[in-house]
Design a protein around this ligand. Structure first.
Ligand code: 2YC
Length: 273
């Protein structure tokens, strides 16, 4: 899992309204609507009023990322739910959150980023939430995924969650991972659930044959200008952004879904509400 940096998270809070406008322009849906679609909840039926969230800094492992808890709290507040950052960190922060009557806790160490509803005993993991959250966004951007070919890059936790969400929406999924065994494991796991995912070993050929990409790998330069046509659509939760090359992001202005935290956090929240 790629560890975010300070300059990944610091632009989030001040630009949430502009980010949401761009998301609505690209997908036709707001951040909250995409998250509700991903978590299978009715957007306007959510009981947001008297829920409260505590975001707890965790100092273990590589420690605090400056701005991380502030960014998480700003996304949750933007979605209409009260969120505070605990003064204490780690176990003290958890105790403080419970004593302040928080219903939902958000916290991340180096291995897991989770949302926990302590009233309902529900847990949402950022990797799983991000995968299905981006699939919901891609579905809106493509006006449906049924019968459409999607190239999934990366068979890790985000990619695996995305694969299941994609096949459930009727997409025809091909997966490529530099670790072929990971692709094969994903394909057989999906098969056990009654769906099919094609394993691809020829990345260049696959990139040339697809227009819809789900980039869930941490690689920096996977999708290049030569792979992009006027029909290309990309959902890219992977950090750093795997779409490189001069002007690629200009070319894809309204067809490239990518953010460091927003869709994942919004989906985690809806998952546990
Ligand atoms: O500031 C803090 O509380 C730190 N313990 C946060 C560490 C987050 C580490 N994880 C990441 O950077 C991201 C996650 C947001 C999802 C994948 N990597």
């Amino acid at each position: 899992m790629t560890r975010l940096k300070e300059n990944d998270v610091n632009p989030i809070a001040p630009n949430l309204a502009a980010y949401n406008d761009k998301l609505a322009r690209m997908t036709g849906c707001s951040l909250g609507e995409i998250a509700a679609r991903a978590s299978g909840k009715q957007f306007d039926h959510l009981d947001k009023q008297n829920q409260s969230v505590a975001v707890i800094p965790m100092t273990c492992g590589e420690g605090i990322i400056e701005g991380f808890t502030e960014s998480v709290a700003s996304i949750i507040t933007y979605l209409g739910i009260k969120a505070v950052i605990t003064k204490s960190s780690d176990a003290g922060g958890v105790a403080e959150a419970v004593q302040r009557g928080a219903d939902i806790l958000f916290m991340a160490d180096d291995d897991r980023f989770v949302a926990i509803n302590i009233r309902k005993g529900m847990v949402s993991d950022n990797g799983e939430a991000t995968g299905k959250g981006y699939v919901a966004g891609l579905e809106c951007m493509c006006q449906g995924l049924k019968g459409k070919n999607v190239l999934l890059l990366g068979a890790g936790q985000v990619g695996s969650s995305a694969a299941l969400a994609l096949v459930r929406k009727g997409a025809l999924v091909t997966v490529f991972d530099i670790n072929i065994a990971a692709s094969q494991e994903l394909s057989s796991a999906i098969e056990k659930l009654g769906y099919c995912v094609q394993v691809e070993t020829d990345l260049e050929g696959a990139l040339a044959r697809h227009q819809i990409f789900f980039d869930a790998c941490p690689g920096e330069s996977v999708i290049h200008l030569r792979h992009i046509s006027k029909d290309t659509m990309i959902a890219a939760p992977g950090i750093p952004l795997g779409v490189q090359g001069i002007g690629v992001d200009k070319l894809l202005t309204d067809r490239l879904l990518h953010d460091p935290l927003q869709i994942g956090v919004a989906t985690m929240l809806w998952d546990v509400l």
